[in-house]
Design a protein around this ligand. Structure first.
Ligand SMILES: [Zn+2]
Length: 620
């Protein structure tokens, strides 16, 4: 009997561990969508109706009893989550506020609000129950979707385009009629963490990879720019037709047919006054530029075109080949926002600002629209990485020649630390107390994640890491651990400490030169780690003859060393420094009277929050 019980217990234990191991070793999966949509837009009332056929493939190991859709336009109604948040956050987005600081959403009339409602919904032909909860549609399925199977969801929907408040809408400040992003019933993503039905409060998105087939019918005088390739250019014209084709149209409307393969969103914009320029890149995609026919815009928008091509080449060379044949820069929206195969940007800007916003949004084609991180949870991975590569790109294509192109990011980060308002980067994008804290954490601190990683593993290894990250995770949903593991594989170093301290805490870096004293015919430097976050140290020593050399103190838990970042200078690799020890004795191979200056991290890529204690100078 005892034997038997023991045997059963043993079997149970084995059974559990087998299940756990199977989960731990599970290979990556992601859901898949195929959308076919047919939409009619009334350009007088800004109301539209549509039908959507969605073939949903459940590649997860789970049975799904529910699905969720995003109905983003419902955010633009008085009393919505977005409205209330705008009324309660201390530093509300100015674009969304009236001159006296009121939420613009709260002032919208019934004709100006946005809405998106499902009228009917079936699953494989059978009606299903659905409930609208603000910006989320909750659908209880009639038939659960088993793993590795498809289901067909068919919806009739109607919408009204809100007055432009944020990202999308009608009649933007610059007079663009329709900026159509976050406009259709969009299935929420289900991934290894479960569902992500985030209400639309302020920002950041996460979508399902798939294919879009979209037909848009609207007034034939409107020119449309969109994600996706136009299927019927010679019926449409508007600058899309083949050279020499005469386009004849009948009736008052045109039906534009677009297909966008392997994307996770679909945007479009339309205006009766768009100029449409096309630039076919040699061995590259075709670039489309759509902007208002306004003499004060023309020169900048023409000059922007070769810069956009240069940006495309820079990003393809430094991160990975742009995988689509088209990219559209479209005047619309309220600033700059990235979408699949294109962007909506405001157009009335200085040339530098116009190039800057285009570079940033185009860089998102890599860091979001190909490497599709869950932005809500890891905004630093799309905004930060985009900011990083944009800084490098701007430095090159605009001949900025900045020694540290990331300087602005460091300044922003130090300002956030000093404000005492910092929250860790693991904070959900909507859950920061202040927009300021979100902005710096996502853009600046996210950019520093990479520029500082370059300091830790070496610049060549950093750029190699980005390329490998792109190759390994394109068309997927990479996570923070994926960029860390990629950097580990490329550098041979252990980097868990870097990911955890930088992104999951508000620990800061502060190293100091405490004391410099004679040590026989050598010099002893007492270094102190004052901040909680550890780092390896590059130390520059200058002697009385102006000779420079460096000392490198690896961090013990990195279990590795980077290549000499200053190949023209002699480098001495010292014994590594373990985190727990607050001080370190660095012996310099020179008598004290020959040492002129000592400096921690001459590159200033290490985000040391107090640089005043990083330098020592001999009394003259
Ligand atoms: Zn961005």
């Amino acid at each position: 009997m005892i034997h038997l019980i023991k045997k059963i217990a043993f079997l149970v234990v084995c059974g559990i561990s087998t299940v756990l191991m199977a989960q731990g070793n599970q290979t990556y999966w992601q859901q898949h969508v195929d959308y076919t949509m047919d939409v009619n837009m009334d350009v007088e009332t800004y109301q539209y109706t549509g039908s959507q056929k969605l073939v949903y493939t459940n590649n997860s190991p789970d049975v799904l009893n529910r699905v969720y859709y995003h109905l983003y336009f419902n955010a633009f109604q008085p009393g919505s989550d977005m409205d209330i948040r705008l009324q309660t956050i201390k530093d509300g987005d100015k674009r969304m506020l009236t001159e006296d600081g009121k939420s613009r959403i709260s002032t919208l009339t019934p004709e100006e609000i946005g809405y998106l409602h499902a009228i009917s919904l079936t699953q494989d032909g059978a009606p299903v129950k659905f409930t609208e909860e603000g910006t989320i549609l909750v659908v209880d399925l009639a038939t659960p979707i088993p793993p590795n199977s498809k289901t067909v969801l068919e919806m009739e929907f109607k919408g009204q385009v809100p007055l432009q408040i944020r990202r999308s809408g009608r009649n933007s400040k610059e007079g663009v009629a329709l900026s159509m992003s976050q406009w259709y019933p969009k299935l929420s993503e289900y991934d290894f963490e479960g569902w992500h039905p985030n209400p639309y409060i302020a920002r950041e998105f996460h979508g399902v990879w798939g294919n879009f087939d979209v037909k848009l019918t609207l007034d034939k005088n409107y020119t449309v720019g969109a994600s996706g390739y136009l299927q019927n250019p010679n019926e449409i014209g508007h600058g899309y037709q083949d050279a020499g084709t005469k386009v004849k149209t009948k009736g008052k409307t045109l039906t534009w047919h677009f297909k966008a393969p392997m994307v996770h969103d679909f945007m479009w914009a339309a205006d009766p006054e768009y100029v449409h320029d096309v630039l076919k890149m040699e061995n590259g995609p075709t670039l489309h530029f759509l902007y208002k026919n306004d003499p004060k815009l023309t020169k900048n928008w023409k000059d922007l075109q070769p810069k956009t091509a240069e940006t495309m080449r820079f990003l393809s060379a430094n991160v990975g080949q742009y995988p689509y044949n088209q990219y559209s820069v479209i005047q619309g929206g309220d600033g700059g926002m990235e979408y699949a195969m294109g962007t909506l940007i405001t157009g009335d800007r200085s040339f530098g600002s116009l190039v800057g916003v285009t570079v940033h949004e185009m860089a998102h084609s890599w860091f979001q629209h190909v490497l599709a991180t869950n932005e809500s949870k890891h905004s630093w991975m799309d905004e930060g990485f985009t900011s990083f590569i944009s800084s490098l790109c701007m430095n090159q294509i605009m001949d900025q020649n900045k020694e540290n192109p990331f300087e602005g990011s460091y300044k922003g980060y130090y300002a956030l630390v000093n404000s005492g308002k910092e929250q860790p980067q693991t904070t959900h994008a909507d859950r920061y107390d202040l927009n300021f804290a979100y902005g710096i954490a996502a853009y600046s601190k996210g950019s520093i994640f990479l520029s500082q990683l370059g300091y830790v593993i070496g610049q060549d290894k950093l750029m190699e890491t980005l390329k490998k990250y792109f190759e390994d995770f394109k068309f997927k949903h990479p996570t923070p651990n994926d960029i860390k593991r990629t950097a580990e594989k490329v550098s041979g170093m252990e980097l868990d400490w870097y990911l955890t301290d930088w992104t999951q805490t508000t620990n800061t870096i502060d190293y100091a030169i405490n004391e410099v004293v004679a040590d026989g015919n050598k010099t002893k430097v007492i270094l102190e780690r004052k901040g909680l976050m550890p780092m390896p140290l590059d130390i520059l020593v200058v002697d009385g003859n102006g000779n420079q050399e460096t000392y490198y103190i690896p961090l013990r838990m990195m279990r590795g060393e980077k290549d000499n970042p200053y190949p023209n200078l002699k480098r001495t690799v010292k014994e590594d420094w373990s985190w727990a020890k607050p001080t370190y004795e660095l012996i310099i191979d020179k008598p004290l009277n020959q040492v002129l200056g000592i400096s921690i991290d001459p590159s200033q890529l290490m985000a040391d929050i107090d640089r005043n204690n990083n330098n020592w100078q001999a009394d003259q």
